[in-house]
Design a protein around this ligand. Structure first.
Ligand code: DON
Length: 309
């Protein structure tokens, strides 16, 4: 059974929206602190081209950590599995997304997975190109292709706001550089990483990208294989094991779909073989996930038996 109409979806949004009050917008990136915490929107994209949606669907969000799963797909295609997984691991951490703790206790100091900040910084480091501009444009082109939307760009204000305040990420980078996991200039890497995190779109685009992951890397509407199916499979597996950080276990039990969150309040879902989901709800819980977004997914998963387990 599938959710068929935007009206049906609207009903669930109204129910989940009550929970926005339980969360807070992220403010460690000052620009993100300006978001309206009461917002909640969702889009679902089906392989036959139908798209249903509810809430403030035109509001744009920056991808933040959702970009990590996309940059991972990109470097897996660029560098191959062996190169990538020699530098970043495959295990969930149970720690917050920005934690430095495990890096210190592991030898070698290779980040445990590509979804935590330390791992994502290593992934971004692997994006090929001569300059930041060149590397960023290659990634942006890939994202535009995934969403089939050439107008997607990044938000300069959010990128700058994060660049100016990203001292914890700087610390992670210097640690990784000391251990030769990254080799480039830290400010250059942060410039690229903060631009990547500031790529912005609405929930309709996000659902469209979720659909590509759901359909094993193939765009069902254009017939194009945008990424190899094993790249899409690896990304979805990381979404299940690490996509919601140290809430991934509970999320897998209660909702049971591959999903990736970001501190802007976005969640991208990919229901294997069925559809893509894009959510925006900037009020976050204490683990950095959209509080109403998770409630909404919980309602949908229960009502339409979406769990893959
Ligand atoms: O590096 C950061 O802290 C942010 N640009 C992204 C973190 C994030 O989205 C964590 N998600 N829940």
């Amino acid at each position: 059974m599938l959710c068929q109409t935007s009206d049906e979806l609207q009903h669930f949004v109204e129910e989940a929206k009550k929970h926005t009050k339980e969360g807070k917008v992220a403010n460690y990136i000052p620009e993100l602190g300006k978001a309206n915490p009461d917002q909640l929107s969702i889009a679902i994209h089906y392989p036959d081209g139908r798209c249903i949606s509810a809430g403030d669907i035109q509001t744009k969000m920056t991808l933040q950590s959702i970009s990590k799963v996309i940059s991972l797909a990109f470097v897996l295609m660029d560098r191959g599995f062996r190169y990538v997984f020699e530098r970043v691991g495959m295990e969930p951490t149970g720690d917050p997304f920005n934690s430095i703790a495990k890096l210190e206790t592991m030898a070698p100091a290779k980040p445990l997975n590509p979804m935590i900040n330390a791992g994502a910084l290593v992934v971004t480091h692997m994006i090929k190109g001569d300059t930041v501009q060149d590397r960023f444009n290659r990634l942006l082109r890939f994202i535009r292709g995934l969403a089939d939307d050439p107008s997607i760009d990044y938000c300069e204000r959010v990128a700058r706001s994060e660049f100016e305040t990203a001292d914890l990420n700087r610390a992670l980078c210097y640690f990784l550089k000391q251990h030769h996991i990254i080799t480039e200039d830290v400010e250059t890497l942060l410039d690229l990483y903060t631009k990547q995190c500031a790529i912005e779109m609405n929930c309709l685009d996000l659902a469209r990208i979720g659909l590509i992951f759901a359909m094993d890397g193939k765009d069902p509407l254009t017939g194009k294989q945008i990424m190899p199916d094993d790249v899409a499979r690896i990304c979805k597996t990381f979404m299940v094991t690490c996509g919601m950080y140290n809430a991934s276990g509970e999320f897998a039990i209660k909702i049971g779909i591959p999903a990736k969150s970001g501190v802007s309040g976005g969640i991208m879902g990919a229901v294997p073989g069925r559809f893509g989901i894009g959510i925006y709800g900037p009020a976050l819980d204490d683990k950095g996930n959209s509080v109403a977004g998770i409630k909404l997914l919980e309602l949908l998963s229960k009502n339409y038996q979406l769990s893959m387990f």
